[in-house]
Design a binder for this molecule. Sequence first.
Ligand code: GLP
Length: 259
Amino acid sequence: MTEVIIVQHADEAGRLVADAITALAERTPAAVLGVATGSTPLPVYRELAAGAGSGLLGGLSAFALDEYVGLAPDDPRSYHHVIHSEVTLPLGLDPSRVHAPSGDPGTLSTAGARYEQAIAAAGGIDLQLLGIGVDGHLGFNEPGSSLASRTRVKTLTEQTRRDNARFFDSPDEVPMHCITQGLGTIREARHLVLLAFGARKAAVVAAAVEGAVSSFVPASVIQLHPHVTVVVDEAAASELRNVAYYRHAQQHKPDWQGL
Ligand code: GLP
């Protein structure tokens, strides 16, 4: 089932998803979280950080979706560093249990398989947070990515390099390559939670949720997953066709059903 929840504001989404993660940590203190970078999941991390004093999250492990090739883990623009400062520290996670794929150019040929093994050794991902690129990418799975792909090196599109240039001094500094969990890897997480906010994401949200499943809209792979929650604000929901039903289902959601 692809459940679509429409919220008024990104902060409301942050609270909703943070509550679901807290409930997961209550049920399963050593649960495995899949974390995403980008601006979209920040309200979730903020909410979780606000409640982190309880120590409830301290047993969680986390796996990031992706990393740039060629940026050292202590480079502030690397996703290792972003996850460390946005997630590991504020949520009080044990750094030895927080992982990101290695973008070290010297060991790239085995980095994908090693990351897959690490996820499997942790028992798989319980809840995977996802943002979405305007071109439909999940992680860094650009259009054309195999729906069965595993963690591997990819070449970034010019669109994605432009979109991410805001984190660099100049667009030319954005790495050309990345290493990303594959769509097949992402599909194995037990619960996918995809977040999108703002009108800029409206067309791609509609394509991913209601369009044809296609490697040209990598995020459409979520339609093949048995447990997906899409949380969008009104602007990002504005091109969905089935919106009346989503609101209806939201209003009549059984009490016992979590996110
Ligand atoms: C990056 C990340 C993705 C993220 C996307 C959207 O390219 N690799 O994981 O979902 O950007 O970013 P934002 O949430 O900032 O729109």
